[in-house]
Design a protein around this ligand. Structure first.
Ligand SMILES: NC(=O)c1ccc[n+]([C@@H]2O[C@H](COP(=O)([O-])OP(=O)(O)OC[C@H]3O[C@@H](n4cnc5c(N)ncnc54)[C@H](OP(=O)(O)O)[C@@H]3O)[C@@H](O)[C@H]2O)c1
Length: 398
């Protein structure tokens, strides 16, 4: 018997509930709770149309630790899966500590008033989780998440030492809107308007937003323009990969997306400081979020594929070696299976697999973990059969 509590009924949470309901022998009972209970009920009904499942729904404001504590005490889950926003990470971790329940999330904590994500806030929970005898698994989506696992797999099964890693996230999906973001607009725009940063020979090198770019031939997608960005997995991977000299993260954007973003930035619509508007304080980015399409509504209209993977160079048996490991995910296939497009799917499936690893005891520990610190093999095996098959190509320098 394993009951899970999933907090956050957006695109990612929806996929996690769908996938968990496909494996009832592991996820015998599912509780889905979120700020807007009707969204939980909608997901539950979508699933019940496909199969029977033990799903309960509830309302919760996860910014308030006592509310999360009360919810955990009421349902007594083995694991809390956080698919709400990064702002709720610490309040939910506090509730897990108080109740002695394991924790998993897909995005690292970011203070609402400062567009800066860093692991320091969550890593600071290491001793508290250890002393309480419980486990927190951080960043178990695709990137971070599967990209970290790809690196752990490379380190364990392909290399004696890894020299460089380039993580490349391409999306050739088309939703037909003039402008929309594929996941929470506020989080997405904060991420892409930040300065770029990569790790080179032990130091962080900062770049202007979107300043470094190149064309990448993505398998099954074709040529994509990719832009160097800072992304949270760089912070843990530069600590956990042996011999690493350089790690960078690249993401594809269409010219149309960048032009819209530039105009919005130029007129101040992406700001996170409150402004006075007709006697009220409003945050421009939150107002913009209210105008933009809900990412969950993009599912039925998005066509095309994503390709996310890692190009890893290093040394094996004294020879220079390169590994390219990636997954291609089709937006329409993802929608057919889970009522959500590929961005939610590629995040929700790894969260579900991570939860399964923890509930089955294949991944266990006491303290706070990034996914690359755990054995990648069972997770890589599950990816192949749970909807995110990966392909790898290897070449040796002759
Ligand atoms: N690692 C990866 O690969 C990856 C990729 C994409 C996204 N992510 C992360 O996945 C998470 C979910 O993304 P998403 O696209 O599903 O976002 P979303 O569609 O905006 O969903 C977020 C959900 O959380 C709920 N929520 C927000 N604040 C809450 C609170 N205080 N209490 C309870 N519920 C609250 C929202 O409720 P309302 O409906 O009431 O607003 C919404 O249902 C985000 O943290 C995002 O950064 C990770």
């Amino acid at each position: 018997m394993s009951k899970v509590l999933i907090i956050g009924a957006g695109g990612v949470g929806g996929v996690v509930v769908h996938k968990c309901s496909q494996v009832p022998d592991v996820f015998t009972n599912i509780v889905l709770a979120s700020r807007t209970p009707s969204k939980c009920e909608k997901i539950k009904q979508q699933i019940l149309k496909r199969r029977s499942a033990n799903i309960e729904t509830a309302g919760v404001d996860a910014d308030k630790t006592p509310e999360v504590v009360a919810l955990i005490k009421k349902h007594n889950p083995k694991l809390v899966i956080n698919t709400a926003l990064p702002y709720q990470d610490l309040t939910i971790m506090d509730a897990c500590l108080e109740t002695g329940v394991d924790y998993l999330d897909t995005a690292n904590y970011e203070p609402p008033g400062e567009a800066k994500f860093e692991y320091k806030w969550q890593w600071a929970y290491q001793n508290k989780f250890k002393e309480r005898g419980i486990m927190a698994l951080l960043g178990c989506g695709f990137d971070p998440g599967v990209t970290n696992i790809f690196c752990a797999h490379a380190q364990k099964n392909h290399f004696d030492s890894i020299r460089t890693v380039d993580i490349i996230d391409c999306n050739a999906g088309n939703h037909g809107h003039a402008f929309a973001t594929n996941f929470n607009p506020e989080i997405n725009i904060r991420e892409v308007t930040a300065k770029g940063k990569y790790w080179d020979k032990g130091k962080w090198v900062e770049t202007e937003p979107m300043a470094l770019h190149k064309t990448f031939e993505a398998p099954e997608l074709g040529p994509m323009e990719i832009y160097l960005m800072y992304h949270e997995e760089l912070e843990s991977l530069c600590r956990n990969l042996k011999g690493l000299e350089r790690i960078r993260f690249w993401m594809s954007f269409s010219q149309n997306y960048l032009t819209h973003l530039k105009v919005l930035q130029n007129v101040g619509m992406t700001g996170i400081d409150p402004i006075d508007f007709q006697g009220q304080k409003i945050i421009p980015l939150q107002f913009l979020k209210a105008l933009l399409p809900d990412p969950a509504s993009l599912g039925p209209r998005t066509k095309g594929k994503t390709n996310i993977g890692c190009i890893i160079e290093g040394v094996k048996d004294g020879k220079a070696k390169e590994l390219y490991v990636y997954n291609v995910c089709d937006h329409e296939d993802a929608y057919k299976e889970t009522d959500h497009q590929a961005i939610s799917y590629t995040t929700g499936v790894p969260a579900f697999i991570g939860a399964m690893m923890m509930l089955q005891g294949k991944w266990k520990g006491q303290g706070v973990f990034n996914v690359e610190q755990l054995n990648p093999d069972p997770f890589m095996g599950e990816l192949l059969v749970r909807g995110l098959p990966w392909i790898e190509t290897v070449s040796f320098d002759t």
